[in-house]
Ligand binder design. Sequence first.
Ligand SMILES: Nc1ncnc2c1ncn2[C@@H]1O[C@H](COP(=O)(O)OP(=O)(O)OP(=O)(O)O)[C@@H](O)[C@H]1O
Ligand SMILES: [Mg+2]
Length: 330
Amino acid sequence: MIHVKSLSKNYQIVKRDPGLRGAMKALLKRTYMTKHAVKNIDFDIEQGEMIGYIGANGAGKSTTIKMLCGILTPTDGEITVNSIVPYKDRQKNAKNIGAVFGQRTQLFWDIPVRESYDLLRHIYEVPEEQYKETLALFTEVLNLEPLLAIPVRQLSLGQKMRCELAAAFLHRPKVVYLDEPTIGLDIAVKVRIRQFIKQMNKMWGTTVILTTHDMQDIEEICTRIIIINEGTIIYDGNLQSIQENFGHKRLIHFELEADETIKLPEKLSGIAEIDSYDQEHRKVTLSITSKELSAASIIATMMTEYAIRDLTIADPKIETIVEEIFNRGS
Ligand SMILES: Nc1ncnc2c1ncn2[C@@H]1O[C@H](COP(=O)(O)OP(=O)(O)OP(=O)(O)O)[C@@H](O)[C@H]1O
Ligand SMILES: [Mg+2]
């Protein structure tokens, strides 16, 4: 479905010295700097695969997705999506794809959601019957009924995102790109969105590329992950081996009873480390670095040394995993 070979994207950035003088100088003579956002990447994706495309901020994820959508023209290399070259044949490509950019909207700001959908139906030339059937299904799965009559600008973030997701899948595209679709959402909406994506993939065999900073999204939706770091792919494979290597590296957040100075207990050296410490708010986060002790024993040790008011256990941060794979490889 998707073929990417030796793909690169450079941005030209105008270099400017600070201050007024710099601004004047830049007006007279522009000097450019090249930013290599994506460097020589390769991958092939089969129909129906659900891929997690992950990496730290600025790694090149959105740039890749924009090239796949046909919004950006690559500096170098090949892309085909369903045998179409996206940037050359944007319209034809657009019929096959759906996209959600977590930070943007494709719905029309001032008109009710239902009318945006109707417009999309015309743009994508969806047959009337199919449209009705699809919308009825989405209305049920994403609980859209109360939202359809409301203009997008009056919706909350979670409501808007459910509407966006429906819009992306409305014409039953072969490929859907989801760039941070769960950013800033509460857990209930996240769960609903994950279920929806999985259900669409099952029903229509939709190929999904998902970028996210939430490890839970990846674990629930994707079977394969591609990790990009500073524009280069450093891992492409199944999720399982990542889980085996990093599954134990969870974070434990503690909230302390008293305002005291925290030191890592002797017993935990080499087993956990302090990831962050906010003395003012009495919060400390430990990251588990070794499989030797269970999370339960680490918590027990902390509780013998400090008065703990509350605690939560969280998945490892994607950034941590990326960093470790990167360090291991070089
Ligand atoms: N229009 C642009 N002009 C110049 N540089 C850009 C442009 N868009 C992105 N970049 C740069 O390219 C690099 C990759 O950006 P990109 O948006 O692809 O990152 P990302 O992986 O999506 O990050 P995030 O997780 O923060 O969304 C960054 O260093 C960014 O500053
Ligand atoms: Mg991005």
